[in-house]
Design a protein around this ligand. Structure first.
Ligand code: FES
Ligand SMILES: [Fe+2]
Length: 383
C-alpha cells in the first residue's frame, strides 16, 4: 500500500499526523457545522432529484476487474435504469441500455461472458459493440434499418480501475473531479474474490454517513473495532468531490521507530474513500471492498459489493484466506453494528423529533458530502 498523491497525504504523512493526534488526544476537524434537513431523507421529490443526479454524473458501475476479458459483462440497474457493461472486441468498455430494440426485453442478465447478446424473447442478436447482428424472420420486418437498431449506447470510461457510466448529459465530473489528483485507487493486480448484492430498508445517504466518521467507534463498536482502534481519531481529507477517512489501528504505534518514508501502513490503518456521490471503497488490512449504493426508494437501498485482494499483494491461497477471514470478521461484527444503527435512525426519521441533523467538526467528510450534493443538485436540469 503506497500512495504518491498530490491531492492526499502520503502514507508517511498520514502516520505523522496520526501520531500527533495520539500524543495530543486530538483528531482532524473541519471548521463548519452543517444542518441537513431531515425531509431530505424522506421526501419523494428530493429522492427523485438524487436519482436523476446519478444519471447526469459519471458514476462507478463496477471495478474493471469485474470484466477483465473480451465478452465479459455485468448487467444491473443503475439509478433505476437497466444497463449492461461489456468488454468489447477491441478491449474497450462499452455500456448500453439493457433493452432490446425490438420490443424492449433485457438482452443480458447478471454477469457472464458472451460473444453476442441474443435476446431471449425473439432472438434479435447484437454484437459486443452494440450493433445489430441478426433478426430472425427478417422478412417480417421490412424497413427496419440495422444501422439504427443497435443497442442504445451509454457513455462509459475506465479510470482508477473502475468503470464509470454517465447515462444522461453530464452536469459535472462527479467523482472524477479530484480523482485526477491521486494515484490509481484500484490497480490491475487486484482481483475480485467475492461479490454480492444486499438490500436494506434504509435511505442511501444514512448508510453513506456511517462510513465517514470515527466519532461512533467506542459507542457503536465497543467490542469489534474499538479494542483495535481509537475513538474519534481520524484523518479527514477531501479531494475534489470525494473524501478519504483514515481509521488507524492501535498497532500503528510500532511504526514510530521507522523512518517516515519507509513506513508501510498496510494492516496498520483503514482507508475509506468516498467517491461522490454513492460509492465507498475501503482499503482494509487484508482486502479492499468496493460498495456501490443503488437507491431504490426513499427507504430502501441495494448495496452492490465487490471484495478484492489488496493492491500490491499476490493472489495466493494464503492471501485469499486472510482476505476472506477479514471480510468475514467485518460482516459478522462491525458492519452489522453499523447496519443496525442506520436502520434505527431510519425508523425514527419521520418521528418529528428532528427538523435537521447536525454534523459537527469531526464529521467534516459528511459535511463535504452534503455540501457537494447540495451544490451539484442545484445544477440539475428540470426534466
Ligand atoms: S424483444 Fe428482443 S427479440 Fe423481441
Ligand atoms: Fe461504524
Amino acid at each position: 500500500m503506497t500512495t504518491l498523491n498530490q491531492g492526499l497525504l502520503s502514507d508517511g504523512e498520514v502516520t505523522e499526523r496520526i501520531f500527533a493526534h495520539i500524543d495530543h488526544r486530538t483528531s482532524d476537524k473541519g471548521d463548519e457545522v452543517w444542518h441537513e434537513p431531515v425531509h431530505h431523507y424522506h421526501s419523494s421529490a428530493r429522492f427523485a432529484d438524487e436519482v436523476r443526479l446519478l444519471k447526469h454524473l459519471p458514476v462507478p458501475f463496477c471495478p474493471s476487474a469485474a470484466i477483465p476479458n473480451v465478452g465479459d459483462y455485468v448487467a444491473r440497474s443503475a439509478a433505476g435504469t437497466p444497463l449492461v457493461v461489456v468488454r468489447s472486441e477491441d478491449g474497450t468498455v462499452k455500456a448500453f441500455r439493457n433493452a432490446c430494440r425490438h420490443r424492449g426485453m433485457q438482452v443480458a442478465q447478471g454477469t457472464g461472458c458472451a460473444k453476442y447478446f441474443v435476446c431471449s424473447y425473439h432472438g434479435w442478436a447484437y454484437r459486443l459493440d452494440g450493433s445489430l447482428q441478426h433478426i430472425p424472420h427478417r422478412q417480417g420486418f421490412p424497413g427496419v434499418d440495422d444501422a439504427h437498431h443497435g443497442l442504445e449506447p451509454v457513455d462509459a470510461i475506465e479510470n482508477h480501475g473502475l468503470i464509470f457510466v454517465t447515462q444522461d448529459a453530464p452536469i459535472g465530473r462527479g467523482a472524477l473531479e479530484g480523482l485526477d489528483e491521486i494515484t490509481d485507487l484500484l490497480t490491475p493486480d487486484q482481483s475480485i474474490f467475492s461479490s454480492n448484492e444486499t438490500t436494506s430498508n434504509v435511505n442511501w445517504k444514512l448508510n453513506m454517513e456511517a462510513n465517514l466518521e470515527g466519532l461512533h467507534i467506542k459507542t457503536t463498536h465497543p467490542e469489534s473495532f474499538f479494542p483495535y482502534g481509537y475513538d474519534n481519531l481520524t484523518i479527514l481529507e477531501s479531494f475534489g468531490n470525494n473524501s478519504r477517512v483514515t481509521f488507524p489501528f492501535r498497532r500503528i504505534e510500532k511504526l514510530r521507530g521507522t523512518p517516515v518514508e519507509a513506513r508501510n501502513v498496510a494492516g496498520q490503518l483503514t482507508y475509506v474513500y468516498h467517491l461522490f456521490p454513492n460509492v465507498a471503497i475501503a482499503v482494509l488490512s487484508n482486502h479492499t471492498s468496493v460498495t456501490i449504493s443503488e437507491p431504490l426508494t426513499t427507504t430502501s437501498t441495494r448495496f452492490i459489493t465487490y471484495r478484492m485482494t489488496n493492491s500490491g499483494e499476490e493472489t495466493s491461497e494464503a492471501n485469499l484466506t486472510r482476505a476472506k477471514r477479514d471480510a468475514g470478521f467485518l460482516a459478522d461484527t462491525g458492519s452489522q453494528e453499523d447496519a443496525a444503527a442506520v436502520r434505527a435512525i431510519q425508523e425514527g426519521l419521520t418521528s418529528g423529533a428532528n427538523k435537521h441533523f447536525t454534523f459537527g467538526h469531526y464529521e467534516k467528510s459528511i459535511v463535504h458530502f452534503h455540501q457537494t450534493l447540495t451544490r451539484t443538485l442545484e445544477r440539475l436540469p428540470t426534466d
